[in-house]
Design a protein around this ligand. Structure first.
Ligand code: GAR
Length: 202
């Protein structure tokens, strides 16, 4: 059977994208990335996609009159490329009603904390400031809330006494690179069953 196709949305560095690319190449993630879309023309993730021979394109919010028009363009590009799942990998925008209704339970996001703790921006700094002893990452399906959708996979990382935001981010990132591949592989193998907020792994 042909590998299922996914589209990846990025805004920046793209280390999570790179981990997916590497794991696909290594034969441990049975999907094909059919397109990478960035809302930021300067994102290094675009170079990573092109180096891997993946179609990469830029769709900037500023070129559209409103959020729905921007999301319609994103959605059309993903459909044109045959994507069945949308993986947000450091895509720093909240998706709205138009997009979410178009891709029900077909959008995943990775977030650098153990949700529901520390949603939103600067999750690693939030964990340090709060005094958490354990943080980590979460892969979840996306709903209209901020980092509120059904949780698929979580991986923990310790917060150390003298942690800086950079040190904790790097420690969590190692777990992110494992968690995203695991979550997408479960989806590709049809092993995720969602009932309300609960994601059962078959
Ligand atoms: C990752 O740490 C990801 O979890 C985070 O941005 C970073 C992107 O890194 N995403 C969020 O904070 C979303 N709220 P990458 O571009 O190297 O994959």
């Amino acid at each position: 059977m042909a590998d299922r196709k996914i589209g990846v949305l990025v805004s920046g560095r793209g280390s999570n994208l790179q981990a997916l690319i590497d794991n696909i190449r290594a034969g441990v993630l049975p999907v094909k990335i059919s397109v990478v879309i960035s809302d930021n023309g300067a994102a290094y993730a675009l170079a990573r996609a092109r180096a891997a021979g993946i179609a990469a394109c830029v769709i900037e919010r500023g070129r559209f009159a409103d959020k729905a028009a921007f999301e319609k363009a994103l959605s059309e590009k993903l459909e044109e490329c045959g994507a069945e799942l949308v993986a947000m990998a450091g895509f720093m925008r909240l998706l709205g009603t138009y997009f979410i209704n178009r891709w029900p339970l077909r959008i995943m996001n990775i977030h650098p904390s153990l949700l529901p703790s520390f949603p939103g921006l600067n999750a690693q700094a939030q964990a340090i400031e709060y005094g958490a002893k354990i943080s980590g990452c979460t892969v979840h399906f996306v709903d209209e809330g901020m980092d509120t959708g059904p949780i698929i996979i979580q991986k923990a990382a310790p917060v150390l006494g003298n942690d800086t935001e950079d040190a904790l981010s790097a420690r969590i990132l190692e777990q992110e690179h494992l968690a995203y591949t695991e979550a997408i592989r479960l989806w590709a193998e049809n092993r995720l069953e969602v009932s309300g907020r609960l994601v059962k792994i078959k």
